[in-house]
Design a binder for this molecule. Sequence first.
Ligand code: FEO
Length: 387
Amino acid sequence: MKAIKIAEDIYWVGAIDWDIRNFHGYLTQRGTTYNAYLILGETPTLIDTVKTTVKEQMLARISSLINPSDIKAVVSNHVEMDHSGSLPDIMQLAPNAVIYTSPNGDKGLRAHYKKEWNFKIVKTGDTIPIGQQTLQVVNTPMVHWPDNMVCYMASEKILFSNDSFGQHYSSSERFDDECPLDIILSEAKKYYANIVMPYGRQVEKEYNDLKGFDIAMIAPSHGVIWRSHINTIIKNYLNWVGNVTSHKAVIVFDTMWKSTAMLAEKVIAPAFEHAGYNHILCNLQHDHISDVITHCLDAEYICVGSPTLNNNLMPSVASFLTYLKGLSPGGRKSIAFGSYGWGGQSIGQIEQYLKECEFTIIDSLKVKYIPSEKEIIQMQDELLKKL
Ligand code: FEO
């Protein structure tokens, strides 16, 4: 395995995880990469490491250039173990290397690895010396952990952005212009929706802190490096950070005997169609919550349905609502809906979640057993008046 040159004396030495499909609950149907970068020169410096399961790839790529024991410095932009997991292996090979990290990175790495390595704390405005070059540090706390930071190399105009601008996308190609743009943008959208969405304010601060930098390349810690479509990915990020929605409704549900599905398909979807909304139906029996939340990222309406099962929500819907509440896309309109036989508690429980998400509930649809044709027409007419 070889290192891949991305600029003069700068190499990608990461790992490709073709097989991963579950990234702490996120469906990674295209796998992912963990990107580590090696800067050669007087002070060979490694930026981040990789998940421990694929450390051999990183070590082999580094070894194609230098002996890993010659590494003099490691920049740890993020403690999460997909980026720090192989740090113990590097430090075993290069025990005197200096580890540059943020104040919370220092705490986090010590808590994870219980080692007294040669830590050096760096803050926004500090520079990390690498021979003739320097890396300029910007701490970006809560994008998406307290320890996050990014660094900028002025001589090459490269931003090493860690999780920001990343995509879970495995490929042998390393650059945006070598891959289908629609696919990498949709994976970047999915990444933002599932990982970054609750931290829009912090991303906005990161954007403002980086505004003055002349960036020719964004090298994230997952997926491909942006060099030809930097304006496009930044424009997308600004829309997501700004919580910009389109004339679109997501209708997400599970169903037992198809009555809740009838509400989704015969009442809600046609009402949105008549009102001129794009809409998408997501059945949680086969649609993964991490894909559903991606559809929600720019949707004006998020509609959630569940029949009542044992006085409760169906577990799939409870799981989705828990995930939705945690990711908290604010300021949406919503509809709760569902069928029931006797108790009918599920609709109230959905409403409670939607209120906790601070959504405006514009309607609740509740039907006993099976909706009749007359009920379907009535509910659709009533709903249409509210859209
Ligand atoms: Fe890719 Fe927050 O780790």
